[in-house]
Design a protein around this ligand. Structure first.
Ligand code: MLT
Length: 389
């Protein structure tokens, strides 16, 4: 029986994906796996039993992924599972800005008498523009960016994408009418609306700075439903002040941004739909089960994808190893198996950055125990070993 702790409220429907082999518990110190939404895990210490953390969502900035990798804890996210929900809020955001919806709602709410007449007299102050025919620049063409780009195109917008790391999957899913530029400056110079859909990294923190705002069209609208730290706040406030930006839409309000008349802020609602919450919890549960039972890693953000599929019923066991990506480890592992006269039926080894994953299905009738292997394979570079049957 595996124990899964949940931090935050995780969709019960999604959690029902976990089979009878799983128990939901409260104490993360006793868990084999954790499912988390937005809880900040940076100050948490992790027990030696913890094998994996699955983020029910895309962003992983609430999880110390390097420390987890070092401790042999595989961190997963659920890319695409909430993409439709975010896409719908981004489209809503563009329409809110173009039609001055927040100001209009606020004004309408103040009307008390003679409402019909006042409405007809006062409505012209909120006359807006249509998004049809305008240009949208999409920064980041992952699961969300592609959905936003295609939806905007279907609404009659001209769309340009920017993503130096576009995946084959995204390239395939993106409408072939949408050009992808390698020049962010060019996208900014030509877009009436710019929307950001990249994960935050050390390299792109504050990427929207004064230089980038200067490149934007006068009166452009910036939408940020990705992460707050992608935008330099001082530069943003200057751009709003000078009229360079006509609106900033964000899902990440803070005390400086609240109340600004050109900032339309939602309370981190991008993924807050029943459908997205179910999808994310379901994907997170499936990732944990695949890893805990079979050692397979799909959608990890700190270890490479690595899979041997279902456990082989004819094999003696599967050895699941997490190791550092340093020379000669694989040779040592296979050498030890040869010394123990254990035949390899099937194996895979993948690496990413400083870490690697090795899965080996072995033959034989011996009752292979994790302890026995730990003793023989106790050399530099091994992070964790599990024997799965
Ligand atoms: C995400 O990164 O996908 C969102 O922040 C998810 C959420 O709102 O929990």
């Amino acid at each position: 029986m595996y124990k899964i702790a949940t931090l935050n409220k995780i969709s019960p429907k999604g959690l029902r994906t976990l089979t009878d082999n799983y128990q939901i518990i409260d104490n993360p110190d006793e868990a084999d796996g954790i499912i988390v939404r937005s809880a900040d895990m940076h100050e948490m210490s992790f027990s030696k039993d913890l094998k994996a953390i699955a983020r029910a969502g895309a962003g992983v900035n609430n999880i110390p992924i390097e420390r987890c990798a070092d401790q042999g804890i595989v961190v997963f996210n659920s890319p695409g599972a909430n993409a439709n929900a975010v896409k719908e809020l981004v489209i809503t955001g563009m329409l809110m800005a173009s039609r001055h919806v927040p100001e209009a709602l606020k004004w309408t709410g103040t009307l008390k008498e003679d409402v019909k007449k006042t409405v007809e007299k006062g409505k012209s102050q909120f006359a807006g523009n249509e998004i049809h025919g305008k240009t949208l620049g999409v920064i980041g063409l992952g699961a969300i960016g592609v959905l936003v780009a295609n939806a905007a195109r279907n609404l009659g917008m001209k769309v340009t994408g920017y993503d130096p790391y576009i995946s084959l999957k995204s390239a395939h899913e993106l409408s072939n009418k949408i050009p992808v530029t390698e020049d962010l400056g060019e996208l900014l110079e030509t877009s009436d609306y710019v929307t950001i859909h990249v994960p935050v990294t050390d390299q792109n923190k504050g990427m929207m700075d004064s230089r980038r705002f200067d490149q934007m069209k006068d009166g452009a609208v910036l939408l940020n439903y990705a992460r707050d730290t992608l935008v330099n706040e001082d530069a943003l406030l200057e751009a709003l002040e000078s009229g360079k930006l006509s609106y900033y839409l964000t899902d990440f309000p803070n005390s400086t941004l609240i109340g600004h008349d050109k900032i339309i802020a939602t309370p981190h609602l991008g993924a807050s739909t029943g459908e997205a919450e179910d999808n994310c919890a379901e994907m997170a549960s499936e990732e944990l089960m695949d890893y805990l039972e079979k050692g397979n890693i799909i959608n990890s953000v700190n270890y490479p994808n690595c899979s041997l599929g279902e456990l082989d019923p004819d094999a003696n066991a599967r050895i699941a190893i997490l190791n550092r990506n340093i020379p000669s480890i694989l040779g040592k592992i296979t050498g030890i198996l040869a010394d123990l006269d254990i035949n390899i039926r099937n194996m895979t080894n993948t690496s990413r950055g400083g870490y690697a994953c090795t899965l080996i299905d072995i033959d034989g009738d011996e009752n292979v125990s994790a302890e026995e292997f730990l003793e023989t394979m106790d050399f530099e570079g091994i992070v964790s070993i599990r024997i799965l049957k």
